[in-house]
Design a protein around this ligand. Structure first.
Ligand code: G1P
Length: 278
């Protein structure tokens, strides 16, 4: 049973400066909810109850968000505004939050290794809140948990991207193992290759299920692309033993780490939710 979800959230979010000068990028809102709350709701929807968040300097607003705010709650008590707090209140009541800080920014692999202290020796999920996923059925993470239960190894969510965008993602190669569920046994993976070197156009998006041996592998992983410790390189070690499955998820994904993706997500959720916002 997977119970814990890791959220690497220590990055600077420089693409959104000056908005991210004093506000964590994970707290930027799509409509009225900060990005990270969408991720936490997705994890909770998949039955995960422990949210392990990797923060850094300047990220305290995340901790405050997932905590009670007595003064504010007192102010709006009994008013129509109270309903705006229903979802976040329910998350706080049903999930546990733990935090640790990444002192130096040495890449996603390093951020995940920093989380070992919060995860321990069990399989866990990772959500990159920048990648905002939505669908009407089971959440992307729920779909991945089903895949994990079948194969009992690490799982990455993938989607096909235009070839000229391979240098923005970890790219996999693999063999189809099940056509009906769109699952592949990963045979190779490379971090942000030039289109001419890309083994395919199947890009890893910010959803992972990792088995805990990944921590030992990460400890041995040398800096790779951009001089950073890459989760893609560590996963390749598991893939060499046939222990990584790629799953083409059902649903939509927005790259909210880019301005275009952020605006698209905003429009998408506005169209979907506008009646409720009124
Ligand atoms: C990270 C990973 C990359 C993955 C991407 C998904 O890159 O390193 O392999 O495809 O997330 O969003 P980042 O977007 O943090 O540069």
């Amino acid at each position: 049973m997977i119970k814990k979800c890791l959220f690497p959230a220590a990055g600077y979010g420089t693409r959104f400066l000056p908005a991210t000068k004093a506000t964590p990028k994970e707290m930027l809102p799509i409509l009225t909810k900060p990005l990270i709350q969408y991720g936490v709701e997705e994890a909770a929807n998949a039955g995960l109850t422990t949210m392990a968040i990797i923060t850094g300097r300047g990220k305290r607003a995340i901790e405050d968000h997932f905590d009670r705010s007595y003064e504010l709650e007192h102010q709006i008590q009994g008013s129509p505004k109270e309903k705006l707090m229903t979802q976040i209140r329910s998350i706080i009541a049903t999930c546990t939050f733990s935090y640790t800080r990444q002192i130096e920014m040495k890449g996603l692999g390093h951020a995940i290794l920093t989380g070992e202290t919060l995860i321990g020796n069990e399989a866990f999920a990772v959500i990159l809140a920048d990648d905002l996923c939505d669908n009407d059925g089971d959440s992307v993470l729920s779909q991945m948990i089903e895949v994990y239960e079948k194969y009992q190894c690490s799982v990455v969510a993938v989607e096909e991207v235009p070839l000229d965008q391979t240098d923005k993602y970890g790219i996999i190669s693999g063999n189809l193992v099940d056509e009906t569920t769109d699952t592949y046994r990963v045979t190779g993976m490379v971090e942000k290759p030039d289109p001419k070197d890309a083994p395919s156009n199947m890009a890893i998006i910010g959803r992972y299920i990792l088995t805990p041996d990944i921590f030992d592998i990460l400890r041995e992983t040398k800096p790779g692309k951009a001089g950073e410790i890459q989760i893609t390189d560590a996963l390749l070690e598991q893939a060499k033993k046939g222990k990584v499955i790629a799953y083409k998820f059902k649903g939509v994904r927005f790259d909210c780490g880019s301005i275009d993706g952020f605006v698209q997500a905003t429009n998408y959720f506005y169209d979907k939710e506008k009646e409720k916002l009124a």
